[in-house]
Design a protein around this ligand. Structure first.
Ligand code: NAD
Length: 509
């Protein structure tokens, strides 16, 4: 998607970098406009930081690492506890920023902050989760311990769709482990990250431990190539994710790359119909379909196929409006380009033979005529060769399909290249168990449409949705941000120094 780049910005707030605890204005001549998706008004701009400025941020992070790595784990824990409380106290303000720059409803924006906050609270369990391993007496007088050490300067690159949650998957985990961090937010939603970093500093994160830089591809490539940056967390689309993984891991950097998705659910005829259809409408159309764990494809098995028309009534109840309006169920899509792409995919799929039983392409919100609104859209009769099936649309378009058996539905899901999330709706435990066992997808819901794990587990998308070894947060997140030093010690029993005075008469032998 195109970023709107301008040579100068007037009357618009230009977001500074945060380096060494200071707000630093870039000297660049190139800026990227930030828009309110409900109006398309320019609300701010981010600089395309120069190479020298980005290098200054890395140098500052490297310097800060020297002392931060030696702070006590209890100090880091206390800062995280304070940070979590500050986020909680400021949730309304953060949600308002998210709604303004991303478009989602205020309720959904609070959920975005809330899911990120859970990771911050989880990060404060660091004393437990950074425990190493030890074995006493592995051989005569020989002990081995392994300690988890921070790795150095780390960086996070985040997407537009969760302006709070995704950055909060990144820098709190990195810094609680003793690393210093450079966060590059999505150039489309930089304001939330900026505020989150301000709050982190207010909570006691020292200058230089968390720095921010801005830009798009050049900024990402700088992060990929900079030898001081030891680990990179990425969340976003496939093109960027594969590029970053390939480029940065080629120089030995550690990368965790969460990418795109096309999550399917299976609807069995024994499912609770009311519960299932309500859940499907929420998961397909909520956040205007712009969630990586949204549910854009449902495979109805057997006579469950007859329920498909009943989805229309539920989708019709959902109202498109600017996210801060009280009656909004769906906010706008992120940009005119994203909306046009979704329209094109739906139009092409209809030409390929899909039937559009609910069409949101022409929706207009009278009060916000310039917004990127796209109403709930339902396609039926879809086959796996159609564009609406093959592409991640990332809009409120629900693709419905039929299958004669659960086995054929499972085969279809396993043949799809993505493995982020999936769900089954059924009242039969044995059916659910077989599905769990045979499905090749990393996050599974049983009667749960959006099975995003809580942070004591990790976010375990697989196959085309994830490249890397260690997933975000949970025990794997702590592994990602640390490296082991294993210490083997020999303290010979024969060398024990005998202490204490001998008061008996010395003998001469
Ligand atoms: P995006 O890939 O366009 O942008 C993400 C980041 O990568 C941004 O910071 C951007 O500046 C940078 N970037 C974009 N294109 C690049 C390129 N060609 N080279 C270098 N850097 C580049 O993603 P987005 O549109 O902001 O977010 C939506 C995507 O993110 C969807 O595909 C969604 O499925 C995915 N996503 C995945 C997860 C997950 O956990 N799997 C979570 C949220 C979003």
């Amino acid at each position: 998607m195109l970023s709107r780049v301008s040579q100068s910005v007037r009357n618009v707030k230009v977001l500074p970098m945060i380096i060494g605890g200071e707000m630093v204005q870039s000297r660049t001549k190139e800026f990227i406009e930030v828009h309110n998706p409900a109006t398309n008004e320019v609300i701010a701009a981010v600089p395309k930081c120069t190479q020298a400025e980005m290098q200054a941020a890395v140098d500052n992070s490297s310097e800060a690492f020297k002392s931060w790595k030696n702070t006590s784990i209890m100090t880091r824990q206390q800062i995280m506890i304070k940070y979590g409380n500050l986020i909680r106290d400021n949730v309304k303000e953060l949600a308002a920023i998210i709604t303004m720059e991303q478009g989602k409803t205020l309720a959904d924006a609070e959920g975005d902050v809330g899911r990120g906050l859970q990771v911050v609270e989880h990060a404060s369990a660091a004393p437990e989760l950074l425990l190493g391993e030890s074995m006493h007496g592995v051989s005569k007088d020989l002990d081995i311990v392994s300690h988890k050490y921070p790795i150095g300067v780390c960086a996070g690159i985040s997407p537009f769709n969760f302006p709070a949650m995704c950055p909060l998957w990144m820098f709190p985990m990195g810094i609680v482990c003793g690393n210093t961090y450079i966060q590059k937010s999505s150039e489309r939603v930089p304001l939330t990250t900026h505020r989150l970093v301000e709050l982190a500093m207010e909570a006691g994160v020292p200058p230089g431990v968390i720095n921010t830089i801005h830009g798009s591809h050049e900024c990402v490539n700088f992060i990929c190539d900079n030898p001081a940056i030891r680990a990179i967390s990425f969340v976003g689309g496939d093109v960027a994710g594969k590029h970053i993984y390939t480029r940065a891991s080629a120089r030995g950097a550690r990368v965790q790359s969460n990418m795109g998705a096309k999550n399917h659910c299976i609807v069995m005829p024994d499912a609770n119909k009311e519960h299932t259809l309500n859940q499907l409408a929420g998961a397909a159309f909520g956040a205007a379909g712009q969630r990586c764990m949204a549910l854009p494809v449902a495979v109805f098995v057997g006579e469950a196929r007859e329920w498909i028309p009943e989805l229309i009534a539920r989708a019709r109840d959902l109202k498109c409006n600017a996210g801060h309006e009280a009656d909004a169920d769906l906010g706008p899509m992120i940009s005119p380009e994203a909306k046009q792409r979704a329209i094109d995919i739906v139009t092409k799929s209809i030409a390929q033979g899909a039937e559009c039983i609910m069409d949101g392409r022409d929706v207009v919100v009278d009060k916000y005529p310039n917004g990127n609104f796209f109403g709930p859209t339902i396609l039926t009769g879809v086959t796996t060769d159609m564009d609406c099936y093959k592409e991640e649309i990332f809009g409120p378009v629900f693709v419905t399909m039929g299958a004669d058996t659960m086995d054929s539905a499972i085969d279809m899901i396993n043949e799809n290249p993505y493995g982020n999330g999936t769900a089954i709706f059924t009242n039969n435990g044995a059916t659910a168990r077989k599905f769990t066992n045979e499905i090749d997808v990393g996050q599974i819901g049983i009667n749960v449409p959006i099975p995003v794990p809580l942070p004591m587990f990790s976010f375990t998308g697989t196959r085309g949705s994830f490249w890397g070894d260690q997933h975000f947060y949970g025990k794997q997140g702590f592994q990602f941000y640390t490296e082991f030093k294993t210490v083997t010690s020999l303290w010979r029993t024969d060398d024990v120094t005998h202490v204490g005075s001998d008061v008996s008469m010395p003998q001469i032998k």
